[in-house]
Design a protein around this ligand. Structure first.
Ligand SMILES: [Zn+2]
Length: 254
């Protein structure tokens, strides 16, 4: 029988953003606080972490925009409270992509292997100009992370039994999402292919894009492959939530 994993949502603080940065040309001028989610995968034989949050509140405020973080929303505290791990306990880190709010604490994980799409790594070295400010190379480059700990994948790959990555480009060039076999079914830890449930339910692309056409295809792939979803910035997800993730189909929730 296929390995079953437990997924735990770890809150990495909140960003204050204009809504249309999450939902393409929709609700322009509306602002909201959104959480940043990392996800710990446990009980399957390895300690796996998907995305690593932000490295420094002040850096985000100075370079990106308003941000807040409670005391238990730093990576070290959140891991301890959510799954009882210290950073040294993490075996594998999967970055959905390399934006600052998904790779901020990569350098903290000294014993981990890092799973990144080759395409994302290459794009991050020379981002398209409108995404230059959200790729902060010191966070993820071969100096931050021992080069030999980086595992580049090219498309779809099973990382360990019950955990698979696949390409979901559009928000970034080499964006990947993660399919996790859980007790309840297949959970997609989506990253920013779906910032909010609204993206996947209403078929509205994210507002930050490298390719509008690609993200529609990526959202369709997610709908096809998963039963449940954990979007990268959804506010209905609860801190340390580890079951009852939202259904991939809106109708199933009402
Ligand atoms: Zn992003």
């Amino acid at each position: 029988m296929k390995t079953k994993w437990k997924a735990t949502a770890l809150k990495m603080g909140e960003l204050y953003v204009e809504k249309s940065s999450l939902t393409y040309q929709k609700d322009i001028g509306e602002h909201l606080w959104i959480p940043m989610w990392a996800t710990a995968l446990s009980e399957g034989g390895y300690n796996v972490l998907i995305d690593t949050g932000i490295h420094d509140l002040k850096w985000v405020e100075d370079n990106i925009g308003p941000c807040r973080q409670q005391f238990d929303e730093t990576i070290v505290e959140a891991l301890k409270r959510g799954v009882g791990w210290s950073p040294e306990d993490v075996d594998i880190v999967i970055n959905t992509h390399l934006h600052y709010d998904h790779s901020g604490n990569n350098k903290v994980f000294k014993n981990a292997r890092f799973v990144v799409q080759k395409k994302e790594w290459e794009a991050a070295q020379n981002p398209i100009p409108c995404q230059d400010s959200i790729y902060f190379k010191e966070l993820f480059d071969a100096k931050a992370v021992n080069y030999f700990n980086l595992s580049f994948v090219d498309g779809e790959e099973e990382i360990v039994p019950g955990i698979k990555v696949f390409l979901t480009p559009g928000h970034s060039e080499g964006h990947q999402s993660v399919l996790v076999n859980t007790e309840e079914g297949i959970l997609c830890v989506a990253g920013d292919v779906s910032n909010l449930l609204e993206n996947i339910y209403e078929n509205v692309p994210a507002g930050i894009l490298t390719c509008t056409k690609e993200i529609y295809g990526s959202m369709e792939e997610v709908r096809k492959r998963a039963e449940f979803i954990l979007p990268g910035h959804e506010y209905l997800i609860k801190k340390y939530q580890s079951s009852n993730f939202p259904s991939i189909k809106k109708s199933a929730n009402v």
